[in-house]
Ligand binder design. Sequence first.
Ligand code: ZN
Length: 253
Amino acid sequence: MEKNIDRVVEILDRSHNTVVVTGAGISTEAGIPDFRGPEGIYRKLGENRVMKIINIDFFRNNPLEFYKFYRQYFIFPPVEPGKAHQVLAEMEKAGIIKAIVTQNIDNLHQKAGSQKVIPIHGNGARFLCQERNCRSVHDSNYVNTYPEVIPRCSQCGGILKPDVVLFGEHIKNYPDAMDRILGARVLVVIGSSLTVYPLAGFVKEFSTFTQYLIIINKGPTPLDHAAVVKLQEGNTGELLEEIFEKIKKRRKQ
Ligand SMILES: [Zn+2]
């Protein structure tokens, strides 16, 4: 374990283009439930039901039923970024990482101060007016305190849609995410089991051309064999902090 951490420190310290990919695992430490985990709503309610409702056609045809469900299961009380989010933001400031591609919609990287974040499934803290000529952005506080189930635009009264990728929609920032990942020298995957496509495909493609794939995830992933280091024990925030401290120490020498 100690050796593995030192190897990660060495690789990150030498790299000038490190990109981080994050999934649900990084946010569970901050208190956000993992939809796909054992206690997640996919298991509790059945994946088919979730996929049917959290779907772009269902939203368009049935916004009332959509929002009853969305408000119950997808809007959380305010959560603060965890240590892992904070350390990643500091690592960006220190020039150790270039960008974060995230599957999470919880806005926690942005809240922690990370500047270059590519949220491929959108941002659940934003709500967009669906009127073509308006497109006003509203925050989750506006929606949470809105007096009706279906939140409407403060400018034009149009229906607001969560700025997240629903089933039946394409991921956001596809070319940007792909370029960042395939162009990286070192890729660090944190808290993702790498089973959701197309992101898992980008990481797989990266790993066929480049040897510096690092995976920090509690469970197994299909690309563990391709990783130069796999860390699966301990708290992710503390692990990242230890790595960051060791890099700073090396740079002082
Ligand atoms: Zn509007």
